[in-house]
Design a protein around this ligand. Sequence first.
Ligand code: CDP
Length: 788
Amino acid sequence: MFKCKTSAEVGGMGHSVKRKEDARFLHGKGNYVDDTKLPGQLHMVMVRSPYAYAKIKSINKEKALAIDGVLAVITGEDLAQYNLHWMPTLLSDTQMVLPTDTVMHQSQEVCAVIATDRYVAVDGAEAVEVDYEPMQAIVDPFKALDDDAPLLRPDKEGQEDNQIYHWERGDRAKTDEVIANADVVVKERIYLPRIHVASIETCGCNASYDKDTQKLTVYLTTQAPHAIRTVVALVAGHVGLSEEKIRIISPDIGGGFGGKVPVYPAYVVAIAATFLIGKPVKWIEDRSENLVNGFARDYHMDCELAATKDGKIQAFKVSTLADHGYTDSSANPSKYPTGMFSICTGSYDYEHAFAELDAVYTNKAPGGVAYRCSFRVTEAVHAIERMVDKLAAEIDKDPALLRFENFIKKEQFPYESPLGWSYDSGDYKATLEKAMEMIGYDDYKKEQAEKRAQGKLMGIGICTFTEVVGAGPSKDFDILGIAMFDSAEIRVHPTGKALARFGTKSQGQGHETTYAQILAEELGIPYTDIEIDEGDTDTAPYGLGTYASRSTPTAGAAAAIAARKLRDKGKKIAAHLLEVSEEDIEWEVGKYFVKGAPEKSKTIQDVAFAAYTNIPPGLEPGFEATHYYDPPNLTFPNGAYICVVEVEEETGAIDVKRFVAIDDCGNIINPMIVEGQVHGGLTQGIAPAMYEGIEYDDEGNVLNGTLMDYLVPTAVESPHWETGHTITPSPHHPLGAKGVAESPTVGAPPAIANAIIDAVAPLGIKHLDIPITPAKVWEAIQAQKAKA
Ligand code: CDP
């Protein structure tokens, strides 16, 4: 168990101190992009396509421009003059900023109206007349691959069909051979539906170009300000926007969840507009726009799991069809077009695996964002965890026992997975045992048997997942060529108070508190004396931002190492002050003392003061340090989740009775913040499991584009989450910590799905895709009854 090294006042690792940032949020003083009011700012509203696939015959701006206050209507043709009508996506595809001739999905940006006032801009957008010639949209990704399917992206040289790419990993031949000869093989096509990140704050920007200083400042709801700065410089360098003249400021963010990593077309239009007009241009996406643009998941996975008749897993194969919409704008590392999907072999020890994926174009919104998950880990975990439960059902073995018999053992770490990951540490057995004990697994098994005897439907679902977070080691991970490290810069002022800046950007995760706690742990300066700053590219050191639970594994580690550099410098200063040699100085949190004479000591604050007032001869003045941390490996958080449900046979209604989540994220910086992360993540896990899913009709119209019919769970739908921990420190992270933010979103959906399917299994139902709604359960029950 982790023992705190610091006092509660210092507030280092392991203390559940309250979040420093909450005062401003609770007092309504959060500062979001929409709070920015720049002198003379104009407002931009996008005109969007009602059709999923249509030719644009003409765009008539006249009526819009006649409205008092409407200053400009910007079309794709206008941008084409500056070669700004297309932009690269993070995965080297191309995306329209504004179309010149064709719209590719419903709600695509068609043109932008700029006005003195947002309401006038909305009126202007309604007055723009666009003449469309609708075409038959391709909605079904399987049909997109038909020989006679129209080619959706003729603009791409060499593109002959709608396949974007084929990816594969593992040994196909050997895996096929093992599957062909296995005692038992379970198969299933599992669909992880298209969903929204549905953050409370929508996207937005306020872009301001000063023609005199040639400086572009953009307030932007972005999770990755530095990467965006570089992208803007690369895309718009040819019109004179050079990187040192670009400042991206990411203020408070009301939820990112991966949805605020991409560059959206409206950002580029706003930047182009301020560049041309010379006045700030603000664009704030409305809720309807937010709900029909971008997406996560949308994987159709054909899975096969092979085992001996006793349940020893031997091989796993998964072939996926991924619907990317009309362009591949997934925010994945360059060499990982399918993100970390190859973690799909899970927490189990077997030799043979093969994963392949075909990505296709359809007439849907692009996105493929890593929604609170380390790039497709949610999909991977759902696949293996559903299949393990299917295997348990097939051979009539308790799903917990089956897992225990197949787990990678504690002593096998570091564990080389069949698809090429080196899992750093874990104790899966202990984690599942803890979850089973906490929920009272054996008692529930008995209760289930009794209820089944009475014809009642009760289910117990387990998920024992392994995540892969902390991208990443720069030798393997980059975004658009920029290596994925992260950074911390610490300045300790003469009075011993500090300012630390980071290349990441919190969107509610509590970095202002936890980063200060890391520094408190390492330096002994109270966390309340340390200001944390992120998100301004003019002041923060370069970093790749916050997503995929990477902040603790990367910037958190950078903070620890930068602090250790400071400590080393402090030792020289302490030796000078105490008039002994450096070798005679020892450190304990917060102070340096003379070996064998602890009463002779100097605090870190004394040392900081001396760094500016009484510097040892030959030593550089000041007390500052920076570190860019390139992790040697990713971290592999894991967990065991158990869910108990009851299902009403007559109506399909599902009641989640209990949900226990035991997480192992290594050493914990702030247990209360981690608990908060897990609670929020579990609610974002029940969301796709039981409620959320974007639906389309055959024309490509979104059928549930409002929060009235796209059901985001609230506190009412959320069960009482019961949480706990096991701790297996990461051996390579300087603090032994692993990321945690996404584990619950990854682990909850299969636990819930497994529980519901277990409940209805006595009726002969073997699989249901999420979201498992009462209607879906009811229909499945009726279908079974019809068969009987
Ligand atoms: O990158 P992101 O901040 O979304 O994810 P994270 O690194 O998992 O951190 C989420 C929050 O939990 C941060 O405030 C972390 O400092 C905190 N955390 C912690 O206290 N202990 C851990 N072992 C992991 C995260």
